[in-house]
Write a protein that binds this ligand. Structure first.
Ligand code: KG4
Ligand code: ZN
Length: 341
């Protein structure tokens, strides 16, 4: 089936077209992502009102480009899918309304997709990944371990008690005077830094559960920056390296724990860890997770970088998976800013 997916839940206006055959055999026909980085850069984070207006301005163009890149017209589609939540209400309404309008005009079925479910399933587009597996979703808005038991069956095993991990990267970058989004900036500086110069905490690493916390780490970074004189380019690189090392350590510990739980609960002896979300493109984080997966006798799967961050392809794929499996969805679905899996 050929599916158009539209994503507008945060600060990317995205549309993608795929041909879905079966898990592991999806083909990406187009993938258009229009970011809003410049619009939010001055504020160091996403401003909901600005985001909603930016989505309205470009959504038609983004969808038109996705269709043109795929070389298709709406009549060639079998399904239209759009993110229905969770996310910022203004953006969700823009994408949903656009998707529903296209579906109605072209007499196509429509599905409103849970953004988290889409992140959870993306790896199955290109990988014949069997259920169950463990998902670590680490983005600007989410940091959670999710057991993906089956299509439509998810259990949240742990989440952050304060900031999302991407947010921690963004805030750290901001207080060090680096650009937005902060993750790639911090990673770049960390490459030239000494991760042992600053001893940052490993929040909740000793706690025997899968809860995460990053607010304390951010405070430790702020104190280090305030106490370091001169706070020169090298000191900034060292702080970035220390911060990133602390995060990699915590994620490795928690991932090892989650994989042990996956082994004991499902009896699998080769547990799979899937990492998704913007932070999953961080190489130090990936290495730490790959090590944890290997130690657990399993493997780490990370979708290609552009499928890790928000995109329309993942929404199309989630719609296709649900449709192919015959799962029922409400075509009248409205925006759901809060929609836990
Ligand atoms: O998944 P995503 O594109 O959007 C959502 O938040 O849904 O994730 C964006 C987040 C931002 O906070 C950004 O700073 C972070 O992912 N990020 C990174 C890297 N690339 C993006 N964090 C660490 N290292 C990176 N290389
Ligand atoms: Zn996302």
């Amino acid at each position: 089936m050929i599916v158009l997916g539209i994503e507008t839940s945060c600060d990317e206006t995205a549309a993608g077209v795929i041909r879905a055959e079966r898990p592991g055999h999806g083909e990406i026909l187009s993938d258009v992502v229009r970011g809003q980085v410049e619009a939010h850069a001055a504020y160091g984070g996403v401003v909901p009102e600005i985001a909603a207006r930016a989505h309205v301005e470009v959504v038609d163009e983004v969808v038109a480009k996705a269709m043109a890149d795929a070389g298709l017209g709406f009549a060639d589609l079998d399904l239209v899918a759009a993110t229905a939540g969770p996310g910022l209400i203004g953006g969700l309404l823009v994408g949903l309304t656009t998707g529903k309008a296209i579906a109605a005009a072209a007499r196509l079925p429509f599905r409103g997709i849970n953004h988290l479910e889409a992140h959870a399933l993306t790896a199955r587009l290109t990988d014949e990944l069997a259920f169950p597996y463990l998902l670590l979703l680490v983005s600007g808005g989410h940091s959670q371990f999710i057991l993906v038991e089956d299509l439509g069956s998810y259990r949240r095993w742990g989440t952050t008690i304060d900031d999302a991990l991407g947010e921690a990267f963004d805030k750290t970058a901001k207080l060090l005077g680096l650009g937005y989004p902060g993750g790639p900036e911090v990673e770049k500086r960390a490459a030239d830094g000494d991760p042992t110069r600053f001893a940052f905490p490993r929040p909740l690493a000793d706690r025997p559960d899968l809860a995460l916390s990053f607010a304390g780490l951010k405070t430790a970074v702020r104190l280090a920056a305030e106490r370091t004189d001169p706070l020169d380019a090298q000191a900034i690189c060292d702080i970035c390296a220390g911060f990133q090392a602390a995060i990699a350590d915590v994620l490795a510990v928690k991932a090892a724990r989650a994989l042990a739980q996956l082994r004991s609960e499902t009896g699998t002896d080769a547990p799979t860890l899937v990492a998704a979300g913007g932070v999953a493109s961080n190489r130090t984080v990936r290495q730490a997770l790959a090590g944890a997966a290997e130690d657990a006798g399993g493997r780490l799967v990370v979708p290609p970088a552009r499928l890790c961050t928000d995109n329309g392809v993942m929404i199309a794929w989630a719609g296709a998976e649900r449709a192919m499996a015959g799962l029922e969805d409400d075509p009248e679905i409205t925006a759901r800013p809060r929609w836990p899996l």
